[in-house]
Design a protein around this ligand. Sequence first.
Ligand SMILES: *[C@@H]1O[C@H](CO)[C@@H](O)[C@H](O)[C@H]1NC(C)=O
Length: 312
Amino acid sequence: MALHANFGVLLFCFCFFFFFFVSLVVSESEAIEESNDNDLLEFPLNLEYLEAEFFLYGSLGYGLDTIEPELAQGGPTPVGAELARLDPFTKDLILQFALQEVGHLRAIKNRVKGFPRPLLNLSKEAFAEVMDSAFGKPLNPPFDPYANTINYLLASYVIPYVGLTGYVGANPKLQHPTSKQLVAGLLGVESGQDAVIRALLYERQALQVTPYEVTVAEFTNRISELRDKLGKSGLKDEGLVVHKVHGAEGKITGNILSADKDSLSYHRTPQEILRIVYGGGNEHVPGGFFPKGADGHIAKSCLKSSQWLMDA
Ligand SMILES: *[C@@H]1O[C@H](CO)[C@@H](O)[C@H](O)[C@H]1NC(C)=O
């Protein structure tokens, strides 16, 4: 009888610790998965902040601090963003894009803790630098994204597409269905924005951008080439008019959407994206639109590893 009782206690203890241990292991691996999803979901906040502010200022002359201050979480006000001189049709579209980005920020922050708005450099000088790099020489006068509709659309060509490729890249790395659903929802609207911007530019592909005597198509080709060069991962970016071999089915030079040989969207890693938005091709060295670097675990760990290299 006593033996049975002891055996029972032993069995109980064994079962208790077994299940305790199993649940510990399971919850730990869930935590790892969750943190991977979290990292991948918070990273795009950087680009969503950038787009939200660029589009808000461009269409309204003010930004998140006026529209939805709590989404900025006390992050510094962007530097150099301005109201753009847009025709009424484009202004209407850009305002819609701007408000869509506000929704995106909220959707991501409802899912992950995120971080406050990082310091953004949206000055015309920051955009002028991108264009100078794209052409491999200083444009004269310096490119001003806020000067008129066509310049603003060309500047807009610079950003949402990078977010799009990031969402395509993030998707297969996500574990949870809710994360995948969020990213698919963000991707859908980002690629819609990119398509609208590209369509408006495609319509004016042969237009000479004053005073540079360079066509709209040439601008887009140069910007896409620059992003590929900075990303350092091969062809993932295509302008509006390409060699036939890069058009859909290798059969056409018009290139309204940028996509691979099977017309699937290209994908980029967070590191590739940082190389592009920092402007210098190095994910460890902030600059460009993010003078103090992007935020979140992924971007921060790139900055830390550069700190470590500098200290060493
Ligand atoms: C913004 O970018 C321009 C061009 O690179 C630079 O001159 C300016 O100092 C930058 N501003 C900040 C606050 O980083």
